[in-house]
Design a protein around this ligand. Structure first.
Ligand code: PLP
Length: 636
């Protein structure tokens, strides 16, 4: 039986306010008892006489005043709790996380190490394993929380880079120290030796073989091996130094690997390649099909081209819920292509950017953790089912996990991958630390909130990661998105304006454009949709209570989204589009389960479509208005 959403949220009208108040009070009181029991003999530090002082009063007075000021400013925030908020990938959070966060925040734990946060680091690693089980990784997995999906993606690619350059580094060390032959698997599955590999083969060593190679080398009794591996690593030498050293040792240049991302890529990838020193030129965008998913056939073609030019691949990034359209890449088909490429000697890592869609995997797990096909036999079901075959995944609890910020997560299929991130910082960590609890040396970030871990942990306890919990919640919102798509598609305004959906929702996102009966150019179409968007978007000088509905927008790159746009737009509109100009698109993310109540109550679509009609009329008048020649003002 699915859990009732009515018990999970504070409620659009604060219906559960009393319960939340009780829980927060409970957490505060419990924490105060805890304080009082720690060395009660120390006695009170703040005496009643202190409280009578003028300075004490004045300070509290200032605090109260400033709090009122803060509270009044906060009221201009976005109404994420409302079913009328159908804009960005953000929503109300579960009561459990609200209370869990508050309770843990009182302890101010820092999840950099167990010493700073003995309880919440454990909770964080537990959450990591829960997410690993959710996507189908085995007990060898390892995962933890980050500040968000961007950092999770960064960490994944940081690890990937360390792995990619490990075999070439090992080959340099083997040559330098004249090590005995070390067996190593090639991309095509054949066993050769580390020493016999060509630079191209070294850049295509399968992940598991590279992990095994590292274990083998570190177990060698000669202490020089460890020292030289460290000194020759990419982490020690940096890109430039590494390439120079390799060329000096092998008399041959090492080819620079590229990162394969969908053309729908989140912009975090652009930042990441820059940060990691590869640069944007090392990003290869994979073409999209008419559903805006990576086209597996085109992916095959890209791999063939790369093979021909002997350019290795750092990683494939597939997306589970793209930021613009919530599209789910066909991971199973991409993996098939990747497997075929092995025979041609190409192997690389596979990371899934499931920052948004990762939690939607819960729609396919029963309470025993078994995979269920469920009623969702769409193409995307097979994508989720293929997740265990991937190497890592980013999943944001602060998106479809309904947890407060900051909470992203990264999960690796094999915990040995994190060793490529291991930066020993002796001033923080002591010899003999249990590797499971000193997470600070394996992650990008330093100090981070243990409270966020407590919030995610209690959410997972209350709302299970299966069809009865998150699965039901997310399915509810996906069905809303599909209803919204249909309602938009069938609507005709009195003036003959149309609302044209541009995607068939894999998840709970709908994109659409408004089309007036006559439109003269791409530029005019954009201006019209921008104008319409402005009326549904938070503006700095508009009162937040005046909005009927909130929407967001995005911009489609016409060239990259061409196949999907071509399939959906009228030929007249399609032929008007200018490839070099982005297409302004309205976007709606439905995350609030109460939106469904409003839809079923019959008011949601009628009100939304009325509002859109009204604003389209106004926006159209404004956009098509001919500049009037106003008479010169008479006199002063
Ligand atoms: C949101 C998102 C990210 C980035 O996550 P943050 O938590 O905002 O850093 C990365 N990839 C995708 C697909 C996303 O939707």
């Amino acid at each position: 039986m699915a859990l009732p959403f009515q018990a999970l949220f504070l409620g659009p009208a604060g219906e559960n306010a009393q319960i939340v108040e009780d829980f927060i009070l409970e957490a505060l009181r419990d924490h105060v008892f805890w304080r009082r029991n720690f060395h009660p003999e120390d006695g009170p530090f703040i005496r009643e006489s202190d409280k009578r002082s003028e300075a004490y009063d004045a300070t509290l007075m200032r605090l109260r005043q400033e709090l009122y000021y803060l509270l009044s400013r906060l009221k201009q925030g976005a109404p994420l709790f409302s079913p009328r908020y159908i804009a960005h990938m953000t929503s109300d959070v579960l009561i459990s996380s609200l209370v869990g966060y508050f309770a843990a925040m009182l302890y101010n734990p820092n999840n950099i190490s167990e010493e700073a946060a003995p309880v919440t680091t454990e909770l964080e690693l537990e959450v990591g394993m829960q997410l690993a089980r959710l996507v189908g990784y085995g007990p060898q997995a390892w995962g933890h929380l980050t500040s968000g999906g961007s950092v999770a993606n960064l960490e994944a690619l940081w690890a990937v880079r360390g792995i990619k350059f490990f075999s070439p580094a090992a080959a340099m060390v083997a040559r330098e120290l004249d090590l005995p032959e070390i067996p190593l698997q090639r991309a095509d599955g054949q066993i050769t030796t580390l020493q016999a590999m060509t630079p191209w083969e070294l850049m295509n060593v399968p992940l598991d073989a590279a992990l095994q190679l590292r274990d083998t080398l570190l177990r060698m009794p000669d202490p020089r091996v460890r020292r030289r591996l460290d000194a020759c690593s990419l982490a020690s030498r940096g890109m430039l130094g590494f390439y120079r050293a390799f060329e000096a040792a092998f008399g041959e240049k090492l080819a620079e690997p590229v990162l394969l991302v969908p053309a729908t890529k989140h912009y975090s990838w652009v930042k990441i390649v820059d940060l990691l020193g590869s640069g944007r030129e090392q990003i290869v965008e994979l073409p999209l099909d008419e559903h805006y998913r990576i086209d597996p056939q085109a992916f095959r073609g890209v791999l063939d081209d790369l093979n021909e030019s002997q350019i290795p691949v750092l990683s494939l990034v597939a997306v589970l819920g793209s930021t613009e359209t919530g599209t789910v890449d066909e991971i199973h088909r991409l993996l098939e292509v990747k497997n075929d490429a092995k025979l041609k000697g190409i192997d690389f890592y596979c990371h899934v950017d499931g920052a948004y869609g990762g939690y939607a995997t819960a729609r396919f797990r029963d309470p025993q953790g078994q995979w269920v096909k469920g009623p969702y036999d769409r193409a995307s079901a097979a994508s989720f089912e293929a997740l265990p075959e991937t190497d890592s995944i980013t999943i944001d609890p602060h998106k479809l996990g309904y947890s407060p910020y900051p909470a992203g997560a990264i999960v690796f299929r094999d915990q040995r991958i994190r060793e490529f991130l291991n930066v020993e910082a002796p001033y923080v960590f002591h010899d003999g630390d249990d590797a499971h609890t000193t997470i600070g040396k394996y992650i990008v970030e330093g100090s981070k909130p243990g409270a966020a871990a407590a919030a995610v942990w209690i959410n997972h306890r209350v709302l299970p990661l299966d069809v009865t919990g998150y699965g039901a919640l997310i399915s509810n919102t996906i069905s809303c998105a599909r209803m919204l798509r249909d309602a938009l598609a069938s609507h005709r305004s009195p003036e003959g304006m149309r609302l044209l959906p541009l995607n068939d929702p894999d998840l709970n996102l709908v994109t659409f454009i408004a089309l007036p009966p006559r439109i003269e150019s791409h530029e005019e179409l954009n201006r019209f949709n921008e104008e319409l968007y402005r009326r549904f978007a938070i503006q700095p000088n508009r009162r937040v209570f005046s909005y009927e509905f909130l929407l967001s927008k995005t911009a489609f790159d016409v060239k990259k989204y061409a196949r999907g746009l071509h399939a959906r737009l009228d030929p007249a509109v399609w032929s008007m589009l200018d490839e070099g100009r982005p297409l302004t698109v309205l976007r709606s993310t439905i995350m609030n389960p109460f939106t469904k109540d409003m839809i079923e109550g019959g008011t949601f679509f009628s009100e939304l479509l009325d509002a859109l009609d009204r604003e389209m009329r106004d926006a159209y008048a404004l956009v098509t208005e001919k500049p009037r020649i106003s008479p010169a003002p008479a006199g002063g």
